[in-house]
Design a protein around this ligand. Structure first.
Ligand SMILES: [Zn+2]
Length: 116
């Protein structure tokens, strides 16, 4: 088993190096929070640090027609660089920030039944 994201560590490292060389902006907030801090460790104490985000969640590989979770995780066209912070907020939601046109990013609103 194992985590499909790390099944091929060297490919993953290559992708990270490629994004870093491009100095690409965060694909989730589209640079709203500034450039990605490529040299910081990827953890919660560095919210603007660099993580690779899967545009189509690996956990839903079947729905997106991938042969395996690993195929989804290794598809270059399915990957984008992101801030640690943005990636953590996005979770498994696709285009989470698309509808958000304001400057303040909050967690996705949850509509409860019966409040209207
Ligand atoms: Zn971001």
């Amino acid at each position: 088993m194992g985590n499909p994201r790390y099944a091929n560590g060297s490919l993953r490292r290559k992708y990270r190096a490629r994004f870093k060389a491009m100095e690409a902006e965060c694909g989730i907030c589209k640079g709203r929070f500034g450039p990605i801090h490529y040299d910081e460790p990827s953890d919660s104490s560095h919210p603007l640090s660099f993580v690779i985000d899967e545009i189509r969640p690996v956990s839903k590989w079947k729905a997106f027609g991938y042969a395996s979770p690993r195929a989804a995780a290794e598809d270059w066209t399915n990957l984008q660089p992101a801030h640690y912070f943005c990636n953590a907020q996005k979770g498994n939601k696709i285009n989470f920030f698309e509808a958000n046109t304001g400057t303040k990013i909050t967690k996705a609103p949850t509509v409860k039944d019966g409040e209207w």
